[in-house]
Design a binder for this molecule. Structure first.
Ligand code: HEM
Length: 196
């Protein structure tokens, strides 16, 4: 495994920090699962069904777990040394890749924010967790935040599909070992001085 010394002279690791790798793959499974359950289960249960409260509870807890792990991941990403930026050979594609990585964080935070706002507007904390016994609104669609939540979910699904295709392009067509950077293993050669 080779580590790369960029023009600035700082030694860069060959892989991401192992905690970032673990969080990446956990969230890579958990976010699509939350999207699929939201679109194909939660949304299809009528609000007057006895199952709805249980489904909302699981969905809201799942959203909280995703928010917490995304914040941990973002903090760790800013604090740890990262491998040199991968390239596709096209400056335009490289720029799109950088923007899409930032967009991931943005879209997930918008999902959590609009979900939370919908919950507050519909008094869900008291109904779902506080056992207030109040009825759910006939539909959450009356809240603009719910509409945004649904639209952003579709944008996120599209971004995930593009991200997966880009990773496969790097792995199978460019054969540049990109996926290895997001896996466990030795990050530094023993002779190199670590700085993070
Ligand atoms: C990243 C985290 C989240 C993801 C991926 C997610 C995903 C989804 C999806 C895909 C839907 C169905 C949208 C549609 O197809 O129109 C949905 C609905 C909903 N979500 Fe989330 N959600 C997240 C976080 C949250 C949070 C934190 C809350 C509340 C605290 C929340 C509350 C709701 C509510 C109330 C609905 C409406 C259910 C219905 O219309 O019956 N979500 N969510």
């Amino acid at each position: 495994m080779t580590n790369i010394i960029p023009r600035g002279g700082l030694v860069k690791p060959a892989r991401y920090h192992p905690a970032l790798v673990a969080l990446h793959w956990f969230l890579a499974a958990f976010i699509p699962l939350a999207l699929a359950l939201g679109m194909f289960v939660l949304k299809t249960i009528p609000n007057d069904s006895p199952q709805k409260l249980e489904a909302l509870r699981a969905h809201m807890i799942g959203g909280g777990v995703i928010l917490t792990l995304m914040l941990v991941r973002l903090t760790l990403r800013l604090a740890s040394a990262r491998p040199v930026a991968a390239t596709t050979g096209s400056p335009l594609l490289d720029r799109i890749a950088r923007i899409s990585h930032v967009a991931f964080y943005g879209l997930v935070f918008v999902m959590v924010g609009t979900g939370l706002a919908t919950a507050v507007l519909a008094d869900l904390p008291a109904i779902v967790f506080g056992g207030s016994g109040a009825a759910l609104p006939a539909s959450f669609g009356v809240f603009p935040t719910r509409v945004i939540h649904g639209v952003v979910a579709k944008v996120l699904v599209t971004l995930i599909a593009v991200h997966v295709l880009a990773a496969l392009y790097h792995h199978f067509i460019r054969r540049d070992g990109l996926l290895r950077r997001m896996w466990f293993g030795r990050r530094w050669r023993s002779t190199e001085r670590k700085y993070a």
